[in-house]
Each structure stands twice: as C-alpha cells, then as structure tokens.
Design a protein around this ligand. Structure first.
Ligand code: 5GP
Ligand code: ZN
Length: 121
C-alpha cells in the first residue's frame, strides 16, 4: 500500500496511538473511532491510514476500504434501518473550510439518528 503520513496531523497521531481514541474497527488501511464531540450517541469517524486532506487526494485502494467498514459499523451500532424500528443514520464527508472541514485528514462521519424507540438515547 502507498503510505503518506503527516507528523503534525492529529488524525495521523490517533492512528499511531500518540493521541488516545476510542477505537471501534481497525483494518490494514482504515481506523475508526468515536468522535470527541459527538453530534449524537455513537458518532463515529472512519479514516484512511493515509494522510490526504481531501477525498481526491486518496489512492483508490484506501477509498475502497471505507464503505465496507462503514457498513460493519452500522451493523455493530444496530443502525440497520429496518431494525430496530425508527433508526437511521447519516454518512458525511467534508472537504475544505467552506464545506465545514476542520481536520485536514480525510474522514467520514457516521452519525446515528436515534429516536425515542431506538434504545440509543
Ligand atoms: P470536520 O468538521 O473536519 O468534518 O470534523 C472533524 C471532527 O473531528 C469533529 O466532529 C471533531 O469533533 C472531531 N475531532 C477533532 N479532534 C478530535 C480528536 O482529537 N479526537 C476525536 N476522537 N475526534 C476529534
Ligand atoms: Zn493525517
């Protein structure tokens, strides 16, 4: 795999364990962990183990690994839309300040949309 790393990047530091995180799933090309300021309970970030600021900077092999991991997380968090009833989620990925990106290492947000029936709130 192609490797890119930025010693000053907080998400590169999280991948290396230099900054603590609540890890959920790690694969050879990805790392996923709980967001420190969750929009909802179970808000996860899925990141490539490759330092690229925006989506178009990533090699395809890293991109290809992200959605299958996201799907595993959806199952692990019990967010399948048809069970439990009333549960959903958003997958969000921001590129550039004007698009609300704050951390310049590509990340996908998985944001549960629980309601009072979901058991997540
Ligand atoms: P963005 O606006 O760039 O798409 O989102 C960046 C996300 O990273 C935010 O939701 C923010 O809460 C999260 N975040 C920033 N720094 C840290 C950190 O050190 N640890 C964790 N777990 N999440 C972080
Ligand atoms: Zn990085």
């Amino acid at each position: 795999a192609t490797v890119a790393h930025d010693a000053s990047c907080i998400f590169c530091k999280i991948i290396k364990g230099e900054i603590p995180s609540f890890k959920l799933i790690e694969t050879p090309l990805t790392y996923s962990f709980l967001d420190i300021e969750p929009t909802s309970k179970g808000h996860v970030l899925i990141i490539p183990k490759y330092h690229g600021a925006k989506l178009h900077n990533l090699p395809d092999e890293y991109l290809a690994d992200i959605l299958p991991v996201t799907k595993k997380l959806v199952k692990a968090l019990n967010l399948e839309i048809d069970s439990p009833e009333g549960t959903g989620y958003n997958v969000l990925q921001n590129n550039g300040r004007i698009a609300h990106q704050v951390v310049d290492h590509v990340h996908f947000h998985l944001i549960p949309k629980p309601d009072e029936k979901s058991g997540l709130i």
